[in-house]
Design a protein around this ligand. Structure first.
Ligand code: BJ8
Length: 428
């Protein structure tokens, strides 16, 4: 006998969601997901876990978070890779990424933000103002960070809508910047201790560091299989795994990703593939892609290429480095967190040569035929840094294509034509 589907409406109502608007959002998501994901051939079986996660995106996971709160835990929202998830978890919190990947309530957003603000910022403000994100409404605290000007100023407005803590992220990586960043981590600890009513200890932080490292190790393992030719998994599926990493239950996610990685390793051993053996291999670099922003990967892979690597926050920037597990005392662990997080190479830093090194190293390791720069319009740091990426790729003899876009679907035809021309050029 099949079970009746769970009715989550009372939960959404208790979170204060605008139910009719939320219904409209939930109706659109399966269509987008189906178009991008469910017509792929020879998908790894393990991806059925992510199909399930997507089908329950505002249901089961939100229920788990509400149960966690009812049991005395906290839910903490973040927008950026620089916020240490380990501290949130050590203090009994569940970390949820609040960046959104769809245009929503832009009429409300554009009353308070300039029209020429990047889609990522407009989207998270739209989800908040439109009351359609149960994750945002479940948060006991939202943590912002001083990365780009757009986010920094948008947080001042968000401060009226949610309990907010902003970390001051330095923009350079010199000795005094490391001192500032360490003190900002300590300030975050104090705020989270206050919100959670718990104390950070060497024991709870060591356990959280290990847990989050395990999640990153699992993603490293999965992504290492994409070095194989032919690729055993599509770029879209690999992207989805990282997108889900931002809000799924950590031990369950780690176990599922390890399971998929095992399946992919077996595929590589027998040369099983998701795209033709001669499909052009691409690396994507640039601004993050949050759910349900699958547009660029979808059109690239529908044009016959396969994305095998990404230098993005929804890619290698998220999982490629670990926190040193050697320190056993709290100050040593905080130092390790400072070093791991400050070594992320976001375009908000100046200068940012580490990112060019990462792009070229990944391009070589994953034997790519071309690099696609994906940047959101009005994202000054990444759009300007695109010139440096182009020059580095040119010096390494790798062709590049630059895509500046937003979350609308209006440019899909034009982008597809440009991607097809780029692939033809590579193939020639
Ligand atoms: S570490 S990439 S998540 S800041 S796209 S809002 S930069 S104008 S998202 Fe980011 Fe952290 Fe860096 Fe990653 Fe501003 Fe650009 Fe918009 Fe951006």
């Amino acid at each position: 006998m099949s079970q009746a589907p769970t009715d989550y409406r009372p939960m959404w109502e208790s979170l204060g969601l605008d139910l009719p608007a939320h219904d409209a959002l939930l109706a659109a998501l399966p269509v987008l997901y189906g178009n991008a994901y469910q017509n792929q051939t020879n998908r790894p079986e393990g991806m059925s876990y992510f199909d399930f996660v997507m089908s329950e995106i505002h249901g089961l996971r939100v229920k788990e978070l509400m149960d966690h709160k009812a049991a005395g835990g906290t839910v903490i929202g973040t927008f950026c890779l620089y916020v240490p998830e380990e501290i949130i978890r050590a203090l009994g919190g569940q970390c949820v990424g609040l960046c959104a990947g769809a245009e929503w309530a832009y009429d409300k957003v554009e009353r308070i933000l300039p029209q020429n603000t990047c889609a990522l910022i407009k989207s998270f403000m739209g989800f908040k103002l439109g009351k359609v994100c149960p994750y945002a409404e479940a948060c006991d605290l939202v943590i912002g960070e001083t990365t780009c000007d757009g986010k920094k100023k948008a947080y001042e407005l968000l401060n009226d809508l949610a309990p907010l803590h902003v970390m001051e992220l330095p923009q350079m990586k010199q000795r005094h910047d490391r001192i500032l960043w360490r003190s900002e981590i300590e300030r975050l600890v104090a705020r989270l201790e206050d919100v959670s009513g718990r104390r950070l200890t060497a024991e709870n932080l060591a356990a959280a560091i290990k847990e989050v490292n395990d999640k990153r190790r699992a993603l490293q393992r999965l992504n290492a299989t994409r070095k194989a030719s032919p690729a055993p998994i599509s770029g879209k599926d690999a992207l989805l795994a990282v997108q889900v990493a931002f809000y799924d239950d950590v031990p369950r996610f780690t176990a599922m990703v390890n399971q998929i990685a095992g399946e992919l390793e077996a595929r590589v051993a027998v040369g099983e593939r998701v795209a033709p053996a001669d499909a052009p291999r691409l690396l994507v670099t640039g601004t993050p892609m949050s759910i349900p922003n699958w547009k660029t990967y979808d059109l690239i892979e529908k044009a016959g290429a396969v994305v095998v690597a990404e230098e993005m926050c929804t890619g290698s920037r998220y999982y490629s480095t670990l926190v040193d597990e050697a320190p056993t005392d709290l100050p040593g662990m905080i130092d390790a967190l400072r070093d791991k997080y400050l070594d992320i190479n976001c375009a908000c830093f100046t200068p940012n040569p580490g990112r060019m090194d990462d792009v070229i190293r990944l391009a070589e390791e994953y034997k790519v035929d071309g690099i696609v720069q994906y940047n959101l319009q009005f994202c000054t740091p990444y759009q300007i840094e695109a010139t440096a990426v182009e020059r580095a790729a040119q010096a390494a003899g790798i062709p590049t294509l630059r895509i500046d876009t937003d979350y609308s679907m209006g440019d899909v035809g034009q982008l597809s034509t440009r991607v097809e021309a780029f692939l033809e050029m590579i193939e020639r």
